[in-house]
Design a protein around this ligand. Structure first.
Ligand code: IMP
Length: 202
């Protein structure tokens, strides 16, 4: 990948952006947030899949970006099997976009009240969409499997991390260090796959 290439990452979510910067740090490419690229928009996520929503975000930012930009967007969420995949594609909107994650997390724990551990399976899914300067669309996906815990634990990460138990580490996702989470997370996996794909094109 060219050392001078700049990538605009299409998100306004600071938690995500922090992780993405960290994961991309040894990629040898400069990453700009939308703000750093001077792009101020909040595309409406009207799709019904992660792929559709990531594509909507990537296209909206690509339309505003300088001609030689490579734009990447992601869409992600938490799927809980016992709740038929909720909160799913609407993870950010669950109980309202302005509701605190303390309340969202407690609500999910309450809805799983009495559900035994083997039935508390869940996964984080992340789909990345990249648009090359010539308009070519590329995508990748990453998944992190786990269980919904019985209480919030940990101060790291963001969103639903405090209630997501990661069996391999015997810890909740919010108890993982940023390095540990990026190594195994849905976002880390999707982004590393995207990097491999991009290397063939750039
Ligand atoms: P998006 O900005 O539409 O992709 O919303 C993703 C939402 O899914 C976030 O706001 C969180 O609620 C949830 N989410 C996605 N990835 C993570 C994660 O790594 N940890 C915790 N919550 C996550």
């Amino acid at each position: 990948m060219s050392e001078t290439m700049k990538i605009i990452f299409a998100t306004n979510n600071q938690g995500k952006y922090k992780e993405i910067k960290e994961i991309m740090k040894d990629f040898g490419v400069e990453i700009l947030s939308m703000k750093e690229a001077g792009i101020y928009l909040e595309p409406e996520e009207t799709g019904s899949t992660f792929l559709e929503n990531a594509t909507i975000k990537a296209k909206a930012v690509f339309a505003e970006a300088p001609a030689d930009s490579l734009v990447i967007a992601d869409d992600s969420g938490l799927l809980i099997d016992y709740l038929d995949g909720e909160p799913g594609v609407d993870s950010a909107l669950y109980l309202g976009v302005n509701t605190s994650y303390r309340i969202k997390n407690q609500s999910l724990i309450d809805r799983l009240d009495g559900v035994p551990t083997p039935k508390r399976t869940a996964r984080f899914v992340c789909v990345m969409v990249a648009i090359l300067p010539d308009g070519t669309l590329l995508s990748s996906e990453g998944v992190m499997e786990g269980l919904i815990g019985y209480e919030e634990r940990g101060e790291n990460g963001f969103g639903y991390d405090p209630i997501f138990y990661v069996p391999d580490f015997f810890k909740h996702s919010a108890e993982l260090t940023p390095e540990e989470k990026n190594e195994i997370s849905h976002r880390g996996k999707a982004l590393r796959k995207m990097k491999e794909i991009l290397e063939k094109y750039i």
